[in-house]
Design a protein around this ligand. Structure first.
Ligand SMILES: NC(=O)c1ccc[n+]([C@@H]2O[C@H](COP(=O)([O-])OP(=O)(O)OC[C@H]3O[C@@H](n4cnc5c(N)ncnc54)[C@H](O)[C@@H]3O)[C@@H](O)[C@H]2O)c1
Length: 352
């Protein structure tokens, strides 16, 4: 086997806008042989658009085909049942975030994959952004000293849309935090190389008139296992052009300031400010920011295509995927702790 044969479950926004195009453009160790969507019209349209030989509208038909792996890009309330079904059919699984709704679902997904001996990877695509990788490298190198604070922001203007599943809490189970904040939480933990242990914050539905109650405004404060603090801010009510999607990391010897690296594009911009040693107290508060300022200029490589390549290699070489059920379970626990903290207006410890 030199190429992994893939099926896609869910041919909506992220699959058709990012993952399938990048798959077709840049992946050499895999091919898409079938797409499935609950809407046969949608599956047909995507198959035709991307020259994919087969489409269908049931999991059973897709999973009965000669495929090795599936990419699950459906609403999160069906990630668990589709993962279990795919595992029972012997297929490896790359699953979109959020992994599932509850830790019980994650446990059932993990059991099914273990029993079937198939691999599972959680689609934390933003770990593939070249600037985010550099940020992690700078933190791990110690160049920033002891990290004391990290901030991650991801927003989008998201007005009411009839029948949008994200705006129906019985399907989405959350708003801006669950949809976008989960990426930010993972980004900060991964770059700062520490887990979040305590959370608190505010969430509101300030602007948008959704048909059910989900937050369009989420501002969360966290403490990491190493003592550092963090801010995760996510909004469905800021114009896209106005938002910066900021990533900011501060330590005792410097900082990283990035914009646009948390998002679907593989690019962004970033600079760091570092000094070799902690300096003495400067009562004048003079900030010589230019002396040790470094700009980074990297070429972005599609982050969704990279995930397909990485997971296909894991299957071909029988290696463990870089993101797994432990990451997914932790993510669900973080989200649970945040919603609990907001509801109860208090600081909540993240369960381990
Ligand atoms: N990693 C990322 O950057 C990223 C970005 C966007 C979305 N996502 C995640 O991807 C998932 C899909 O989001 P989206 O924006 O593409 O949504 P979407 O609504 O644009 O697309 C979802 C598709 O799934 C289909 N569908 C719904 N129920 C189904 C079922 N039971 N079986 C098969 N198909 C079904 C719909 O018809 C639709 O075509 C979500 O979990 C979301 O959080 C991840």
């Amino acid at each position: 086997m030199d190429k992994i044969r893939w099926g896609v479950i869910g041919c909506g926004g992220i699959a058709a806008r990012r993952t399938i195009p990048e798959f077709k453009q840049m992946v050499s160790n895999a091919e898409i042989v079938s797409v499935m969507d609950i809407s046969a019209d949608r599956a047909k349209q995507v198959a035709e658009q991307f020259d994919i030989p087969h489409f269908c509208d049931t999991e059973e038909e897709l999973l009965a085909r000669d495929i090795d792996a599936v990419y699950i890009a459906t609403p999160q309330n069906v990630h668990a049942s589709q993962t279990i079904q795919a595992a029972e059919a012997g297929k490896h699984i790359l699953c979109e975030k959020p992994i599932a709704i509850t830790v019980e679902e994650v446990a059932r997904m993990e059991d099914a994959c273990k029993k079937a001996g198939v691999k599972f990877m959680l689609a934390w695509c933003m770990r593939q952004n070249v600037y985010n990788k550099k940020a992690r490298e700078l933190v791990l190198s110690g160049d920033l000293g002891r990290i004391v604070m990290g901030r991650a922001q991801l927003t989008c203007w998201y007005p009411p849309i009839p029948n949008a599943w994200r705006q129906d809490v019985s399907i989405s189970h959350g708003g801006a935090l669950l949809d976008m904040g989960t990426h930010c939480l993972d980004m900060l933990e991964w770059i700062m190389d520490a887990k979040i242990v305590e959370v608190t914050g505010f969430q509101d539905l300030l602007v948008q008139k959704y048909r059910t109650q989900i937050e369009d405004t989420s501002t969360i404060v966290v403490r990491f296992s190493n003592g550092a603090h963090g801010i995760i801010d996510n909004y469905f009510n800021i114009p896209d052009a106005a938002a910066r999607n900021s990533l900011e990391i501060f330590g005792t010897k410097g900082s990283i300031i990035a914009h646009g690296t948390i998002g679907q594009d593989p690019t962004g911009n970033m600079f760091s400010i570092t000094q070799p040693d902690e300096t003495g107290y400067n009562a004048d508060q003079v900030r010589d920011v230019e002396a040790n300022r470094q700009e980074y200029d990297f070429e972005g490589v599609g982050i969704y295509g990279q995930m397909i390549t990485i997971f296909s290699d894991c299957i071909l070489q029988d290696q463990a995927p870089p993101t797994n059920f432990a990451d997914g379970r932790h993510s669900v626990r973080l989200v649970d702790a945040i919603y609990k903290s907001v509801a109860e207006k208090r600081v909540v410890q993240v369960e381990e």
